[in-house]
Write a protein that binds this ligand. Structure first.
Ligand code: ADP
Ligand code: MG
Length: 251
């Protein structure tokens, strides 16, 4: 059964057709790659899924429900993402970056937080523990009390993924997570993504420029060029596809 269904989605930006009749289906628990040259429309697909952009035509359904243009609600429904350019709270600690994301599932009212002060404090402790557990998975626990801006680049990228997971998503969207990483960091990231998929029982859509990473990780791949899906299949099928080869050679 599909968790996410993108049906005949198109979007125009003042005459520029950024997406043209895009169809993508993500099975529950799958790890799917989305590749294509720069400007192909990959990040725009993420902005459509998260409700930042409204399609000019077509439909996006998540877990059987239509996506709204309220990104916060879509996060609550279980969609989390990372960005092509890192977006952390740079002046907060590593731990607080993760805790802020966990709060999306905690309801606060002035009265209830006043009456239930003890319960609130207990809740804080649980959240500290959950956040630390997540940081351990990403080998970031030793940096918990450091400011996010002081982490090395590769660790900031890992923290972004940890923070996305803290919202307890069903679908995780990763936009070029290996961008700017050295080969060693890329290798660690590959292992981490595989681990997340196995341990968290989550569906992942991965945009990535590093072809070998995508071929290595994903069982299913969509290829975009000029706003269209030009190929869809297994890594072996994609590697042999003449349109895909042409799109990459023409870059
Ligand atoms: P990719 O992530 O594959 O590199 P994008 O999805 O970022 O590509 O962009 C696809 C196309 O859509 C580009 O031509 C880009 O300039 C255009 N585009 C994306 N967002 C906007 C926007 N908000 N306004 C105008 N054009 C946009
Ligand atoms: Mg992009």
């Amino acid at each position: 059964m599909s968790l996410l269904s993108i049906k005949d989605v198109s979007i125009d930006f003042g005459g520029i057709k950024a997406l043209i009749d895009v169809n993508i289906e993500l099975e529950k628990g799958s790890l799917t790659g989305l590749i294509g040259p720069n400007g192909a429309g990959k990040s725009t697909v993420f902005n459509i899924i998260t409700g930042i952009y409204k399609p000019t035509s077509g439909k996006v359904t998540f877990d059987g429900k239509a996506i709204s243009q309220k990104p916060y609600n879509n996060t609550k429904l279980g969609i989390a993402r990372t960005f092509q350019n890192i977006r952390l709270f740079k002046n907060l600690t590593v731990l607080d970056n993760v805790k802020i994301a966990e709060h999306i599932h905690v309801q606060y009212g002035l009265l209830s937080s006043f009456i239930q002060h003890k319960k609130y404090l207990d809740g804080e402790k649980t959240q500290d523990k959950q956040a630390m557990d997540l940081l351990k998975i990403f080998n970031l626990d030793k940096h918990a009390l450091n400011l996010a801006k002081n982490l090395p680049y590769g660790e900031q990228r890992r923290l972004e993924i940890a923070r996305a997971l803290a919202t307890k998503p069903k679908l995780l969207l990763l936009d070029e997570p290996a961008a700017g990483m050295n080969p060693q960091e890329t290798k660690e990231l590959t292992d981490t993504i595989r681990f997340i998929r196995d341990k968290f029982d989550i569906t992942i859509l991965l945009i990535e420029h590093d072809m070998s990473l995508v071929m290595d990780l994903c069982e299913d791949i969509y290829v975009m060029n000029y706003g269209k899906i030009i190929a869809h299949g297994t890594p072996d099928e994609i590697k042999k596809n003449p349109e895909v080869i042409a799109a990459y050679l023409g870059e």
